[in-house]
Write a protein that binds this ligand. Structure first.
Ligand SMILES: Nc1ncnc2c1ncn2[C@@H]1O[C@H](COP(=O)(O)OP(=O)(O)O)[C@@H](O)[C@H]1O
Ligand SMILES: [Mg+2]
Length: 320
């Protein structure tokens, strides 16, 4: 019963790439996209899976769904080997690729969902209940009769996420589900994922470039770089390792000299707006109250450090 839902042991993926050398010659080259990954995810956990571009995140997810076969190592999802039983696995997992839709471009969302229902042979009552829940939580009602190609990116993404959940998967893989979305769409997607994870107990593996996604959703984060697992733990721990900083962006009622508050330093001033850097592992609350007490504070927001910066700092200055 306590078996992990996702289990990888020494997983590798090597691509054989033919590269052009000069005009005529082509050279064979091996790309180690995933290089010895070992980790497990217990049932019900929501894990962040982050890393720079080309780190091997999408390749990992494709292997976990059975789209790609590993070159070496062992994968079990809900006890199933994705390579050998891809179809049986498909009933247990849902997957969303932010860069690509799984919906039918020319069909209204409603028809796409009917096709998903038939593909997975979802029982009527269950389908209706799941669709209702998704439509309500993702606010899809007004969009159901709109062809997918007419949806905005944020609307389409919500439509895609619903499509991935209609068959009640135990595991949900999300590959950059918030990429390119505006702040409000991101918030909606996050709220929905949190609900799915807590109410259905769905195990979630979330790839993202936005550390705010991780901050709001995941207690555990795995960092992958060049196909290897570099860090596995809490986000605060990752920030502590990298000594990274978050930024408080504050708007004052008027232009002021750089604000002076304990625990932060002013790194930029532009008219009435100032940027205050503080250690990412620290709480913003005391800073905010100090600012509110001593300054004519109008508005504020917090910026997470870029993933690339956090990871670069993990290695120290020698890695440009
Ligand atoms: N089908 C493929 N053929 C050859 N190389 C690939 C293929 N897919 C990915 N790669 C390479 O594998 C590495 C990891 O890619 P990917 O998993 O997409 O990274 P990420 O999702 O972390 O940005 C990159 O160097 C990429 O160019
Ligand atoms: Mg990717």
């Amino acid at each position: 019963m306590d078996d992990p839902v996702i289990a990888l042991d020494g997983v590798e993926k090597v691509f054989d790439v033919r590269r052009k050398v000069g005009r005529m010659r082509r050279e064979r080259q091996e790309v180690r996209a995933v290089d010895g990954l070992t980790f497990t995810v217990p049932r019900g956990e929501m894990v962040g899976y982050i890393g720079p571009n080309g780190a091997g995140k999408s390749t990992t997810i494709k292997m976990l769904t059975g789209i790609l076969n590993p070159s070496a190592g062992r994968i079990r999802i809900c006890g199933i080997d994705p390579t050998r039983e891809r179809t049986r696995l498909a009933r247990r997992i849902g997957v969303v690729f932010g860069q690509r839709t799984t919906l039918w471009w020319d069909l209204p969302l409603r028809d796409s969902y009917q096709l998903v229902r038939r593909m997975y042979r979802i029982a009527d009552a269950r389908y209706a209940a799941n669709l209702d829940a998704c439509v309500e939580l993702l606010e899809l009602g007004p969009l159901l009769d709109v062809p997918v190609r007419q949806l905005s990116l944020g609307q389409r993404m919500r439509g895609d996420i619903a499509a991935a959940l209609l068959h009640d998967p135990e595991v949900l893989y999300l590959d950059e589900p918030t990429i390119g979305l505006d702040v409000i769409s991101k918030a909606r997607v996050r709220d929905f994922l949190r609900t799915v994870n807590s109410e259905r107990g769905t195990t979630v593996l979330l790839t993202t470039h936005d550390l705010t996604d991780i901050e709001t959703l995941c207690r555990r984060v795995m960092v992958i770089d060049q196909g290897r697992l570099m860090y596995d733990g809490g986000l605060a721990g990752l920030h502590a390792v990298g000594e990274s900083e978050r930024t408080l962006v504050v708007d004052f009622a008027q232009e002021l000299p750089p604000a002076e508050v304990d625990g932060a330093r002013c790194v930029r001033v532009e008219g009435p707006r100032q940027w205050l850097a503080f250690p990412a592992a620290a709480s913003a609350a005391p800073l905010v109250s100090a600012l509110a007490a001593g300054y004519p504070l109008v508005d504020l927001s917090i910026r997470e450090p870029a993933i690339e910066d956090v990871i670069a700092r993990m290695y120290g200055a020698d890695r440009a």
